[in-house]
Design a protein around this ligand. Sequence first.
Ligand SMILES: NC(=O)c1ccc[n+]([C@@H]2O[C@H](COP(=O)([O-])OP(=O)(O)OC[C@H]3O[C@@H](n4cnc5c(N)ncnc54)[C@H](O)[C@@H]3O)[C@@H](O)[C@H]2O)c1
Ligand SMILES: [Zn+2]
Length: 373
Amino acid sequence: MTEAATMTVEVGLGDRAYDILIGPGLLARSGAEIARRLPGTRAAIVTDENVAAAHLDTLKAGLVGAGVDSVDIVLPPGEKTKSFDRLQEVVDGVLAARLERRDCVIALGGGVIGDLAGFAAGIVRRGMHFVQVPTSLLAQVDSSVGGKTGINSPRGKNLVGVFHQPRLVLADTGTLDTLPAREFRAGYAEVAKYGLIDRPDFFAWLEENWREVFSGGPARIEAIAQSCRAKADVVARDEFETGDRALLNLGHTFGHALEAATRYDGARLVHGEGVAIGMAMAHRFSARMNLASPDDAARVEAHLRAAGLPWRMADVPGGLPDAETLLSFIAQDKKVQRGALTFILTHGIGKSFIAKDVPASEVLSFLRENHPG
Ligand SMILES: NC(=O)c1ccc[n+]([C@@H]2O[C@H](COP(=O)([O-])OP(=O)(O)OC[C@H]3O[C@@H](n4cnc5c(N)ncnc54)[C@H](O)[C@@H]3O)[C@@H](O)[C@H]2O)c1
Ligand SMILES: [Zn+2]
């Protein structure tokens, strides 16, 4: 593949601005792209066993080709890897390799590796350079962009971390060929999310073209680039989530409650699946509150269903706790301020907004009505 197939999206953060390169063959070009931006850098590659088996050698060859020395730190796959123990392992690996502030940590993997490696890069020597090489669809369209990094605490997900922007994101779309189909589909929920937040034309385009996005080729690259553009816009407006960035949580309040209700058991529900159900619920709930037309909710449900995603609570295998318990998971979610429930609701496709003071009683009634029983 030629360089011409690569698309570039810039994240406009002034003197911390960076490029997201999207296209096939980027692992092989990684050394040149990194060395151009970080001359003389050395690197610690953080990855997981699944991704290492499929892509680590290609990345290392790409680095060697441009004279970038590297060590690698290979961790077990899965959400449990976002822990204090693994953070310590990564920090120790970086220090043992005698890397300095001007050297870089490269995250090669999905969102788990990106969040963990980014956090390590943010704290070792008070902040080293960081490069994201996302290999899951979710990571390419969401977690690798925007600088949120961190790990989980026994008290909850993503509770410990820092904002630390990467210097470069290399989204090699060829890596998605080895991603399990279910993970690809789950990542697609976040792609659809950008259309539903504020890009109705993109959502309509996805309704027409989702099959091509799934099968690969130019439509896939286009969808990833559009998604990165959407996220980059929000991040440039509100880097530290004091306002608009919260819109990216569309579908996540209900989704996180379902993830908690299934005890983060990926065999039952992975994050993007929870988001898919959560987005459909946010639209249905908005219609119930007379904020949006039920036709829009039906359109969202139909698209998620067509793409093979779950879209209602009844689609969660293994049953769910009752509506009161689900509400308690929502109330524990971090988007609760001074007792009032904050949700991302919508006036229709592409017209989402931040709704503060959503009455818990309405949410409870809605959960009861839609509970599979
Ligand atoms: N920082 C942010 O802004 C942000 C945003 C959204 C999500 N996240 C975080 O991202 C994480 C979820 O990310 P994820 O869905 O990528 O999960 P993940 O990193 O666990 O990857 C999913 C699975 O796919 C495998 N995999 C990844 N790429 C592969 C490839 N190319 N070939 C074969 N297997 C591959 C992984 O080994 C893993 O088993 C969560 O921890 C979530 O909190 C962070
Ligand atoms: Zn998400």
